[in-house]
Design a protein around this ligand. Structure first.
Ligand SMILES: Cc1cc2nc3c(=O)[nH]c(=O)nc-3n(C[C@H](O)[C@H](O)[C@H](O)COP(=O)(O)OP(=O)(O)OC[C@H]3O[C@@H](n4cnc5c(N)ncnc54)[C@H](O)[C@@H]3O)c2cc1C
Length: 284
């Protein structure tokens, strides 16, 4: 079993991974090939010590080279659920992959997508965050997908091969141009407002679409929906100065712990979270 699973490949997660590896712990680092889309949006960074006027792109490329140099591989998977198994954590990936680790560092950054009405109450009971994991439940049935990024269109293509009928609600820039060459997919350009009990319909500003289940696909799952019992405050995970969350063996770093949203803070907390995870593992 891996010692430390780190969810998020921004500067917080990478800092944690480097420190954990330096302390001889095995690491599973989850994220994206780009490392952090947020970081890449920074045109010039003026306040990161030792790297005057570095661009976000340059910093992200440097992080990728640094983990490679330390022998840390990036697992390109988005974690949709974490289960506390008492002594270990099981992580479910969007790809359908399952992973295990003895401790966990949350470094997912902050995503300001508010949940839809009916989403959290019906999670796992008609609402799913993972097409690969739950598509078989809707074989021959009607499903709906509410998606927040164009990357999710690949999931829709996959789902349309499994389900009988699919309503697709794209809620991102450029949605007017979305189309699919499969007859069982209907693209609906209305704003979803609510999910009916047990995922039996998507209610928009203009109508109601009956279905058997709803997939909500976002760049990131809200922390409180990722792992049961984790204390949060709005979009942030509650934690102390040593990056301990409300759950034993779970630590957090970076924007996810709250403001200020800054590279230096995220990197510093990544270091603290990793050292605390190491102490937790050594003291078990
Ligand atoms: C335009 C812009 C300019 C900025 N300029 C500066 C600046 O000059 N100086 C400064 O200090 N700060 C700046 N910031 C802020 C800085 O970008 C953030 O503070 C920093 O990126 C936070 O790092 P992080 O590691 O916490 O999260 P992020 O960089 O947001 O990384 C989070 C990572 O987690 C991944 N992830 C999320 N959910 C999951 C999941 N479920 N499974 C797997 N992976 C997941 C994401 O894909 C991403 O790779 C700027 C921000 C923006 C938007």
């Amino acid at each position: 079993m891996t010692d430390i699973a780190i969810i998020g490949s921004g500067i917080g997660g990478v800092s944690a991974a480097l420190t954990a590896a330096a302390r001889n712990k095995s690491v599973l680092l989850f994220g994206e090939r780009d490392m952090s889309r947020k970081m890449r949006r920074a045109e010039k960074v003026f306040n990161y010590p030792g790297m005057p006027e570095i661009s976000g792109d340059e910093l992200a490329d440097a992080l990728a080279r640094q983990i490679e140099g330390m022998g840390i591989s990036l697992t390109e998977d988005s974690i949709t659920a974490v289960y506390d198994m008492g002594g270990k954590f099981a992580l479910q990936g969007k790809s359908g992959g399952m992973y295990e680790a003895a401790s966990l560092i949350l470094a997912m950054g902050v995503v300001n997508n508010a949940s839809l009405a009916g989403e959290e109450e019906n999670l796992g009971m008609g609402v799913s965050y993972c097409a690969t994991c739950d598509a078989p439940l809707y074989k021959g049935k009607t499903a709906a997908v509410i998606a927040y990024a164009p990357e999710e269109e690949a999931e829709v293509r996959f789902l349309s091969e499994v389900v009988e009928r699919l309503f697709y609600f794209p809620v991102y820039k450029g949605r007017e141009d979305v189309s699919f060459d499969r007859e069982n997919v209907r693209v609906i350009l209305e704003a979803p407002k609510e999910i009916a009990p047990r995922g039996k319909a998507v209610i928009t500003d203009k109508g109601e679409y009956a279905c058997d289940g709803v997939f909500v696909l976002r760049e990131s799952v809200a922390p409180k929906n990722l792992i049961y019992g984790l204390e949060t405050e709005g979009a942030h995970v509650k934690c102390d100065r040593m990056c301990h969350t409300s759950l034993k063996g779970v630590f957090a770093c970076g924007d996810i712990t709250g403001k200020p949203y800054q590279f230096a803070k995220a990197a510093g907390e990544g270091n603290v979270a990793a050292l605390e995870a190491v102490a937790f593992l050594d003291g078990r």
